[in-house]
Design a protein around this ligand. Structure first.
Ligand SMILES: [Zn+2]
Length: 248
């Protein structure tokens, strides 16, 4: 294989690797922010469940206080009932007692409702707390894994750029200029394999005399259609050949 073609294949592989590393550097922090949002959601759910529970407790305390006041009034009325002198006073007092008893019954029903609700709310708080704990555990782990990936991407990028500079230094400036011009216009993919007499990227069929030259890997040839630099990878029947770098 022509040494410059070999270097171009390597350059492409390094640039693809660098692009992947840069993409990871851009997307990992976004993924981490999304995880933080998820955790905040679980924290808010716990806070909301606890708020509901607190409101229920406040309501119950208020009902207890009102019931105590009503019971005090009821026993006072019952005492007064013993001291009434006339039938009319007796009937009036009976009426007062019935009213208070009705009110007590109403508040006791409300209290029962609040107590049943309290059981549900306690279960809700417990479920939200369990979900939060699980989310915390999962998110802390996922975040740490992403931190490792982020650091890995930075290292990969640094190493790749050093290796790239070395490859570029070995190539004629005009070849590098051609490569970079194609890469800019073709989303970073400037060097691709040709197989089955086609450019593997744009799928255009190559002229037979061009493909003959490409098969030899003896120079820098470009696809007539997409201008990408082409190289030949022997079909899989020849296992002795090194694997071609992946092309996007
Ligand atoms: Zn092409």
């Amino acid at each position: 294989m022509h040494p410059d073609l070999e270097r171009l294949i390597r350059l492409q592989a390094l640039d693809t690797q660098a692009a992947d590393a840069r993409k990871a550097q851009a997307t990992i922090p976004e993924t981490q922010q999304a995880l933080d949002k998820k955790l905040e959601g679980a924290q808010r759910a716990v806070a909301a469940a606890r708020d509901q529970q607190a409101t229920n407790q406040t309501d119950r305390r208020a009902l207890e206080k009102d019931l105590a006041a009503l019971n005090t009034r009821l026993s006072r009325y019952k005492d007064q009932l013993m001291e009434v002198k006339t039938n009319r006073e007796y009937t009036a007092m009976q009426h007062e007692i019935e009213t208070v008893q009705g009110e007590i019954k109403r508040l006791e029903d409300q209290m029962l409702e609040r107590m049943l609700e309290a059981d549900e709310l306690a279960a809700g708080v417990k479920a939200a707390e369990t979900a939060l704990k699980a989310a915390e555990h999962k998110i802390v782990k996922e975040r740490a894994e992403l931190d490792v990936q982020l650091a890995g991407a930075a290292t990969t990028l640094e190493v790749t750029l050093t290796q790239r500079a070395a490859v570029v230094a070995e190539l004629p400036a005009s070849v590098v200029a051609t490569y970079e011009s194609i890469a800019r216009g073709r989303k970073g993919v400037a060097v691709v394999a040709a197989s089955d007499e086609r450019c593997s990227q744009c799928q255009v069929r190559l002229r037979p005399q061009v493909f003959v030259h490409i098969r030899q890997n003896s120079g820098i040839l470009q696809c007539d259609s997409c201008q990408r630099i082409l190289y030949f990878v022997p079909p899989p029947a020849a296992p002795a050949q090194p694997a071609a770098p992946a092309t996007a």
